[in-house]
Ligand binder design. Structure first.
Ligand code: NOJ
Length: 460
């Protein structure tokens, strides 16, 4: 069979590159930006790889014209990015930082000029530190703080940004409040569940505000927008041994605690019985106000699915890889399982089991640390080979295509990401880019995967 290219996908399909503010912008304390929780958390000794911070990242704040041009030259027609809340509202609420607004005006103008459709996320893990001092996501006021910020952004950029996601991967907020592994570094299961619940209410309230500003939801998705959605990551847990009740029980509970804890309230209404039981048994039931589940379940215009892999669980964790390999699975050199079917399963799962009945965008997909050494290329320049990343993309694109052939309404795909960037606690030790970066230096070397994409998208 001939290799797939972008032309095999539906007409009007969006092909894009995803990024987020804290991971690429840098200029962490420039032009009036307030501190956000990762600026603070990354400075606590031992929290990030080599104590790295988002201070410089890819310096997109200054280099956005070159970086956006690079996306366009590779053939992409959309850019998914996030706004930094603390760049707009340095204190989280109240005073607006005009220089921050102007920066996003310039960047969005540049996208439009280049032919990159802006796809914005309001919150990608970077809560203004001032709000964290006031309790952050544990304070119910987060609902009004977020709605104020969201409303301002809708009013300011609604005419030029057709796609709006409220939150990216809410589970990161859980990790930051329940497990202590992400900013802000709090560590209690009950905090995680409360933070999640308040986040979901903030999502619903912001979508209500969206409708107040832009009017009733249209019956049919229209790419011209504006459209409201949310981005959730689905890493479906599978039992290593499907006939082992212990493995099955772990996988089942993890699915309840992770993606179903967001998708169920958003698309079906309320928490599942299994999650409610878990929260009651483990003394971590959040405070739920009357009307919360109606607030959370706002009809959306699109759903953003981040899909990287599946997870395999077992009561014998040391044997997982052996068990998977015995069953015919395989792993990449970076230690992650190569399971491109994950995207096909996730698309069927969300549309058939989770109530997702709106167009889906794959808002992130990618893999890390596939780079071989920087070598001289025949044309005298430098090359970075990342053959495994190319294999990964090919695999996922193939399974994505099969899901679309099955009739699932997918309208776009965004890879993660253009340049190696600030990968949260892993700092720059995890490279996800299709273009190699030497932070701070001017050296950007397209990897094999960048050439793969250029070829895949040509004439699309
Ligand atoms: C998902 C997150 O949205 C993004 O911030 C992160 O860098 C990628 N996954 C890769 O881990």
């Amino acid at each position: 069979m001939a290799e797939l290219t972008a032309k095999d996908f539906p007409e009007g399909f969006k092909w894009g590159i995803a990024t987020s503010a804290a991971q690429i912008e840098g200029a962490a304390f420039e032009d009036g930006k307030g501190a956000e929780i990762w600026d603070v958390f990354s400075r606590i000794p031992g929290k990030t790889f080599s104590g790295q911070t988002p201070d410089l990242a890819c310096d997109y704040y200054h280099k956005y014209p070159e970086q956006l041009k690079m996306m366009r030259e590779l053939g992409f027609n959309s850019h998914r990015f996030s706004f930094s809340w603390a760049r707009i509202f340095p204190d989280g609420t109240g005073r607006v930082n005009q220089k921050g607004v102007d920066f996003y005006k310039r960047a969005i103008d540049e996208m439009l000029k280049l032919g990159l459709m802006p796809n914005a996320t309001l919150y990608h893990w970077d809560l203004p530190q001032e709000l964290e001092y006031r309790g952050g996501f544990l304070n119910r006021d987060i609902v009004s703080w977020f709605t104020e910020y969201a409303g301002f952004m809708f009013e300011t950029f609604g005419d030029v940004v057709p796609m709006w996601a409220t939150f990216n991967e809410p589970i990161a907020t859980y990790v930051g409040y329940a497990l202590g592994a992400f900013a802000p570094g709090r560590k209690l299961e009950k905090y995680g569940r409360q933070a999640n619940h308040n986040l979901l209410c903030a999502h619903g309230s912001a979508v209500k505000r969206f409708r107040e500003i832009f009017g009733e939801r249209r019956d049919k998705f229209d790419m011209a927008g504006p459209n409201a959605g949310i981005v959730v990551d689905v890493w479906h847990h599978h039992p290593a041994r499907p006939d082992d009740p212990g493995d099955c029980a772990i996988a089942e509970l993890e699915n309840e605690k992770a993606y179903r804890s967001y998708l169920h309230p958003i698309f079906k209404g309320g928490y599942t019985g299994a999650l409610l039981k878990y929260m009651a048994d483990n003394d971590c039931m959040p405070d739920i106000l009357p009307g919360d589940f109606e607030l959370i379940r706002q009809p959306l215009d699109f759903f953003g699915l981040n899909c990287y892999n599946r997870v395999v669980d077992s009561t014998e964790p040391a044997d997982i890889r052996k068990t998977v390999e015995f069953a015919g699975g395989n792993y990449m050199d970076n230690g992650a399982e190569f399971y491109p079917r994950a995207i096909y399963e996730a698309l069927h799962n969300v549309t058939e089991n989770m109530g997702v009945n709106v167009p889906v965008f794959i808002t992130e997909n990618g893999t890390y640390n596939c780079e071989e050494a920087v070598v001289a290329c025949p044309d005298g320049g430098q090359c970075v080979h990342d053959v495994t990343r190319v294999k990964y993309f090919r695999g996922f694109l193939d399974w994505l295509h099969r899901a679309i052939t099955d009739g699932i309404d997918v309208r776009g795909y965004y890879l993660w990401t253009l340049l190696d960037n600030f990968e949260w606690t892993a700092g720059n030790s995890m490279r996800f880019g299709i273009v190699n970066t030497d932070y701070g230096a001017e050296n950007c070397i397209p990897k094999d995967s960048a050439y793969f994409w250029k070829d895949f998208l040509k004439n699309s």
